[in-house]
Design a protein around this ligand. Structure first.
Ligand code: PMP
Length: 440
């Protein structure tokens, strides 16, 4: 009997005892291949000696100093390193403790920016249907995931949602990728005109949609068009790279592959790589300067901003992702993972789509490949496949995704970038076994 509030299970789950590279070992000695890096977190794997050394050194020198009084060397070093690799125009880093805090900060930063510029009629956000941007109330109110929002409605500030860029289910048979991208991006303009652009703060989106859709990248040209529309109507483009950032898709920031720069970008998960809880909201000079030249204050903050130990750990993580070449490895091994998934599941009667970038891959499960009809949610196929994989010693991303609130339509993989060829084989074999057990 334990007093821990287990969120995912009514019974006590196995006790994780140790981490070793791409594996987690429980107290019974069972080994699990971490095919989802926890939740797209453990990009370096589980026992990285350099991160452990940096944490040990920092915690024994100065674990924490409150930003109300001090800055610290690790926070400055990490911010400089991130900005050196950030999309063009991004100049400042606001540290937080995780993904929801990073998104919450982005939303408040954007809102306060327009208070500073005097455009006080701008009070709402547009995001995409099915999107998830975090569980705090503001982030939840912005996301378009009906299932996540339902138990908490009515939410604080209602946002508006347009269709995601979802080639598999969205493209019409006679349409080119580019035409589809333009058509679906143009929904933003239509929604802005419907709402009145002077009432909108920004558009929030994940460049590659993770938890709710299963590693869905946008088609070429989509985000360029979105950027143009944001600029035309003076709204901010806020990219949520909490899951897809930090090398996960094969570039440090996922949006590099879309050829655009946001006004604000959020990161977390892979930034601390599971060694420390840390996130960050990165913003352009214009957003920072509005505060510096205006009230001089951003009236928002958390106790653990710029936590010295967390920053020291993340600094090693980012240096390994960049100078250390691990992001390039994510691109290379990600291509191998994609090829292995296609070899095993390409002809599977219940796999409708295999997609993703780098070490971020999704399989969409369907009842019928021709019609793309999903399984009935009651069959909980996805949950069963994950349970069978876990039993066989493979961890897949915990959530199943939703189609308008329906569970059970995809498997998301986000393994550590240190994965070896043999472990890609192990991952695909165990996943195939799980599929065979559940749907043949
Ligand atoms: N944004 C995205 C895109 C996410 O995937 C998540 C977490 N799954 C969050 C925000 C929230 O992050 P956290 O769980 O660290 O609060």
């Amino acid at each position: 009997m334990t007093h821990v509030f287990h969120r995912h299970s009514r019974t006590t789950p196995p006790r994780a005892a140790r981490g070793e590279g791409a594996y987690i070992i429980d107290t019974d000695g069972k080994r699990y291949l971490d095919g989802s890096g926890g939740a797209a977190v453990s990009c370096l794997g589980h026992s990285d000696p350099e991160v452990i050394a940096a944490i040990t050194e920092q915690v024994s020198t100065l674990a924490f100093a409150h930003t109300g009084f001090f800055t610290t060397e690790p926070a400055e070093r990490l911010a400089d390193r991130l900005i050196a690799h950030a999309p063009e125009g991004i100049e400042k880093v606001y540290f937080v403790s995780g993904g929801s805090e990073a998104v919450e900060t982005a939303l408040k930063m954007a809102r306060q920016y327009f208070v500073e510029t005097g455009e006080v009629t701008r009070t709402r956000f547009i995001a995409r249907r099915q999107s998830y941007h975090g569980n705090t109330l503001g982030a939840l109110a912005t996301g378009g995931n009906a299932w996540r929002r339902a138990p908490f409605a009515p939410l604080m500030a209602e946002s508006f949602h347009i269709a995601p860029c979802y080639e598999y289910r969205g493209i019409e048979s006679n349409e080119s990728l580019e035409d589809y991208g333009l058509r679906v991006a143009n929904e933003l303009e239509a929604e802005l005109l419907r709402l009145g652009p002077e009432t909108v703060i920004g558009f929030v989106a994940e460049p590659v949609v993770g938890a709710t859709m299963g590693a869905v990248p946008a088609v070429p040209g989509y985000f360029k068009r979105i950027r143009e529309i944001c600029d035309r109507y003076g709204i901010l483009l806020i990219l949520d790279e909490v899951m897809c950032g930090m090398g996960r898709t094969g570039t440090l920031f996922a949006c590099e592959q879309d050829g655009i720069s946001p006004d604000i970008v959020t990161i977390a998960k892979g930034l601390g790589a599971g060694y420390q809880p840390i996130g960050a909201t990165l913003c352009s000079g214009k957003i920072h300067d509005a505060f510096a030249n205006g009230s001089g204050f951003f009236q928002h903050g958390h106790t653990y901003i710029g936590h010295a130990t967390a920053c020291a750990a993340a600094d090693v993580v980012v240096s390994k992702l960049t100078e250390g070449g691990l992001t390039a490895r994510a691109a290379e091994m990600g291509d191998k993972l994609d090829a292995a998934l296609r070899a095993s599941f390409g002809d599977h009667p219940h796999i409708g789509d295999i997609r993703g970038r780098g070490m971020f891959r999704g399989l969409e499960i369907v009842a019928d490949r021709e019609t793309k009809t999903p399984f009935e949610p009651e069959r909980a196929i996805n949950k069963k496949i994950k349970a069978a994989a876990f039993e066989a010693g493979l961890i897949c991303y915990p959530m199943g995704g939703t189609i308008d609130g329906r569970l059970g339509d995809h498997v998301l993989l986000a393994p550590p970038f240190i994965l070896e060829d043999a472990q890609i084989g192990e991952l695909v074999d165990k996943l195939s076994m799980a599929f065979a057990q559940v749907i043949g």
